[in-house]
Design a protein around this ligand. Structure first.
Ligand code: HAM
Length: 414
């Protein structure tokens, strides 16, 4: 038997229905914030991701040469494609541009629960400005989405990568080494960051200050300890979020992010129930357009790990009730099968989801099957009833049966 590739999943109909439902919830929230959906190719020129995503992403890139000898990569994320699309075709549109997307991404990671090689992101990008208003709008959207899904136990942590970058620069860390150290700090690998900093001649005091900074965590009150422009900036973001009623956020200057393109505010959301792979959302402000041949435009955005957030909801016991179908038509004998086809077509034409036995089952077995496909009502088409232009409608939850005229059936079921 051929199996699916490692780190990928099949979604069976029940799971797919649940996924589509929650995808719809997220889409609805994005639209209520004035964001509009986009779609970009699943593969891109590899260079798009090589330019600025950073070594984490590069090590995990699914890249190959196509038949035309072009270096191609499956997208590991959708921010770079969205900005490429903006530079190609939207750069003259009035700002801000508010876009969202949903689709699969690919990273060659070691698979485990909540970590896949093919996974889905629901993300949003706000292109146009570097100001607290834009960042607050993006954080508020992420918070509303998580809330709309019904997840209860999660934390949103907001930081500012500029503070840490400045601190590293002040401590004498050269620009080309910054990304490597940030990546260690992102994974809280202080033991690995320390010898690199020592090699670079960073003093004991400066190292301590760097580690202390990443440990600045707490409610909005810790912002009073954050100096300079970044502190003022985050205070403004916090103020707007307060006005918008977004309260489930903390400050954490240790939020570093695994991608290299962030320049200012950064944020993450995590669901502790997920254990090791608990990050359900990540984002922040960045600029990429100038790398792709456009003018420099500031943007801010995030992506929710759709698979992970669904896993977290499952762990919290949030149940999704399958829709089933409205009606299942059962001909009582082969003689009335033709009439039954007519009835099922009439229901479908009226938008009533309906199905009919295709396996030649006898009555009792057909009823059982109707129950297994989650039919709300069974329409029994019998010869005697047909002679009165009627059918018997059985309610599958109560077991009640009613004789209904065929001409009244659509209205009755609606
Ligand atoms: P990211 O943090 O790399 O950011 O990914 C966003 C989310 O995708 C993560 O928080 C996580 O929930 C989910 N995720 C990442 N890798 C996997 C995986 N292997 N399996 C399952 N879920 C995964 C970005 O991708 C940025 N583009 C976000 C962004 C948008 N920043 C600005 N705009």
């Amino acid at each position: 038997m051929i199996q699916k590739p490692r780190g990928t999943r099949d979604f069976l109909p029940d799971e797919m229905e649940r996924r589509r439902h929650y995808e719809g919830v997220l889409r609805h929230v994005a639209e209520t914030f004035g964001f509009r959906e986009i779609a970009t190719p699943i593969f891109e020129e590899a260079e798009l991701f090589i330019l600025r995503s950073g070594s984490n992403i590069l090590n995990e890139l699914y890249a190959f040469r196509d038949k035309g000898d072009r270096e191609i990569a499956l997208r590991p994320e959708m921010t770079a494609p969205a900005i490429r699309m903006f530079v190609n075709s939207m750069s003259n549109e009035p700002k801000p541009i508010k876009m969202f997307y949903f689709g699969q991404c690919f990273r060659y990671e070691r698979p485990q629960s909540g970590r896949y090689r093919e996974f889905y992101q629901f993300g949003a990008e706000l292109i146009g400005n570097k100001n607290p208003e834009s960042d607050a709008e993006i954080i508020a959207l992420a918070a509303s989405m998580i809330k709309a899904l019904g997840l209860r136990d999660y934390r949103i942590r907001i930081g500012h990568i500029g503070v840490l970058r400045q601190k590293l620069a002040d401590a004498g860390v050269p620009k080309e080494k910054t990304a490597e150290i940030l990546q260690k700090l992102d994974k809280k690998l202080y033991d690995e960051a320390e010898p690199i900093l020592i090699d670079l001649g960073v003093s004991d005091l400066a190292r301590q200050e760097i580690f202390d900074l990443t440990g600045t965590v707490g409610g909005m009150e810790v912002l009073s300890n954050v100096p300079g422009e970044a502190g003022d900036y985050l205070r403004s973001v916090a103020e707007i979020l307060g006005r918008m009623g977004v309260r489930d956020v903390d400050i954490d200057l240790g939020v570093v992010r695994g991608l290299d393109y962030y320049t200012g505010m950064v944020f993450e959301a995590e669901a502790p129930a997920l254990g090791a792979e608990k990050q359900i959302c990540g984002g922040g402000s960045y600029t990429l357009s100038e790398l792709f041949g456009g003018e420099q435009v500031f943007s801010t955005g995030f992506a929710i790990g759709f698979d992970r957030i669904l896993l977290a909801m499952e762990k919290e016991g949030i149940e999704y009730g399958l829709r089933g179908i409205d009606a299942y038509v059962v001909p009582a004998s082969d003689a009335v099968r033709g009439e039954a086809y007519g009835i099922v077509s009439m229901l479908r034409d009226s938008g009533i989801s309906s199905d009919m036995d295709l396996m030649g089952r006898k009555m009792a077995k057909a009823m059982k099957h109707a129950s297994s496909v989650g039919a709300g009502k069974v329409i029994i088409v019998g010869e005697k009833e047909l002679s009165e232009r009627s059918v018997t409608v059985r309610d599958m939850s109560s077991g009640d049966q009613t004789l209904i005229r065929i001409s009244e059936l659509v209205r009755y079921l609606s």
